[in-house]
Ligand binder design. Structure first.
Ligand code: G6P
Length: 468
């Protein structure tokens, strides 16, 4: 048994390896959310160091004990690229791309989930709390419970949970549900995700599901209650407020506008290059607005940051080709010597540059076809200290449940999307400010610290209820 009172288990470690073999924090929201908690308790983080075949001994990094789980090249292919990102990812995002069901991938997923569970079980102190993150590790809650019945187990699902009619396609649907039910609390982004899960449990296992929780029978004839509920994740708002106020970042924002040839309006999209994000839909709408003469490259430029992601998975390779063909077509048709229609960047940028882009953008386009939350929407809002700028937000994101003052769109409705873009471009300053104030209040009242605090609080309550 180990010493860690709080163990986070996630597919990735919260650090990246740099060129000379050292480690750097990867500045994700989850890392920031857990940093203060990890500092006050004895914390450990179990995760993959991000490179195939890399074997590293556990080490301490900025107050947290890091426990690397190594993956062979075959495991990266079958567990990470295969089952996680070519089976579960498309299935859980409403089959936007076709999921592939391969038995070898499932076997690798099971085996790797066991390895994560072994590592977590070994590092957890008696009666510790273990918090498992996301779809790559759905079997881990149950596997940990088998190994360590003394610990409290939380699981948070960062992506959507699909309707039963889709979920039922999964050949291993029952095992996945049983794996998740090993947790004491299962957190989802939206209430709809939690309901979809409860329905899947009911259909598959016939367990009693109520708002107070799901009753899971134990082997000794008693039962325990598993809470499945929405805990919408957020961003590290204070950091964004600070960055947005920094003179160097504000200057950079002005420079970006200058470098784009001072278009009257800058539209912005920021996404991982993923088929769930609706990047093509947004480019189609923008291209048609140029074609119809409702916009011109002198008065509007679309900046699209599409950061490289999962580049060996076929659906991502194909998507990149489609998008780059489209960018080439639109730009080839409408660019002038001075102005470009779409400034496309297949690159990743540091957070400071992202905030500068948010400050430069008059309109933020979030057109996801399905998205667990979409933190980019929240980052944009948090950065707009001036209460200017307009968020166009797909109703198929978790964020849409919270951000009612954005312009809501259905990205499949290209005519509606075009009208929404024009409405955003033409929106009077007073209305921008009225909407932005409401949006900003939401991300200030609910940041990621608040999220982790609420989740861990619910976990503590659940533990006490099941113990009594
Ligand atoms: C989504 C998932 C995360 C994942 C991230 C980046 O946000 O919910 O679990 O880490 O995408 O994807 P990657 O495959 O690079 O880890």
């Amino acid at each position: 048994m180990g010493q860690a009172e709080l163990v986070v288990v996630a597919n990735r470690l919260p650090v990246d390896r740099d060129a000379d073999g050292g480690w750097r924090t990867s500045p994700g929201g989850l890392v920031t959310a857990l940093e203060p908690v990890m500092r006050t308790v004895d914390g450990a983080w179990v995760g993959w160091p991000g490179q195939a075949g890399l074997e590293v001994e556990p080490f301490d990094f900025e107050g947290t004990h890091l426990v690397p789980v190594s993956l062979s090249a075959d495991e990266v292919e079958e567990y990470y690229e295969g089952f996680s990102n070519d089976t579960i990812w498309p299935l859980y995002h409403d089959v936007i791309a076709a999921p592939r069901y391969r038995r070898e991938w499932w076997n690798a997923y099971r085996k790797v989930n066991e390895r994560f569970a072994d590592a977590a079980a070994a590092v957890a102190a008696p009666n510790a709390t273990v918090w498992v993150q996301d779809y790559q590790l759905q079997l881990v809650p149950q596997l940990i419970r088998e190994r360590r019945p003394d610990v409290t187990i939380g699981y948070f699902h960062h992506i959507p949970f699909p309707a039963y009619g889709l979920f039922a396609q999964l050949p291993w649907r029952r095992q996945v549900i049983e794996g998740l039910l090993g947790a004491d609390v299962i957190g989802f982004q939206r209430t709809a995700d939690a309901s979809n899960f409860a329905r899947a449990v009911h259909r598959q296992l016939r367990y009693e599901t109520r708002a107070s929780g799901i009753r899971v029978p134990r082997e000794d004839g008693t039962s325990r209650v598993v809470l499945a509920k929405a805990f919408p994740i957020s961003i590290d708002t204070p950091t964004y407020l600070e960055m947005a106020a920094r003179p160097d970042i504000r200057e950079r924002a002005a420079q970006i506008r200058e470098e784009l040839g001072n278009p009257a309006k800058i539209l912005l999209g920021v996404d991982r290059l993923d088929y769930t994000k609706g990047i093509r839909h947004r480019m189609k709408a923008f291209g048609e607005l140029l074609r119809d003469g409702r916009l011109s490259v002198e008065n509007a430029t679309l900046v699209q940051v599409a950061s490289p992601s999962r580049e060996r998975v076929a659906a991502y390779v194909q998507l990149r080709d489609e998008i780059e063909l489209m960018v080439g077509r639109v730009n080839g048709t409408y660019d002038t010597m001075e102005h470009t229609a779409i400034r496309y960047l297949h690159q990743s940028f540091p957070r400071e540059e992202m905030v500068a882009l948010y400050l430069a953008a008059d309109v933020m386009l979030v057109t996801a076809l399905r998205d667990g939350m979409n933190l980019v929407a929240k980052e944009y809002i948090a950065s707009r200290l001036d209460n200017k700028g307009v968020l166009v937000l797909s109703e198929f994101t978790g964020a849409a449940d919270e951000l009612g003052s954005a312009i809501r769109i259905n990205p499949h409705d290209i005519e509606g999307l075009k009208d929404a873009i024009m409405q955003a471009i033409d929106m009077p300053a007073a209305e921008q400010s009225r909407r932005m104030r409401k949006l900003r209040k939401r991300v200030q009242d609910h940041d990621v610290q608040d999220w982790s605090h609420t989740f861990l609080g619910a976990l503590k309550t659940a533990r006490e209820a099941n113990a009594s």
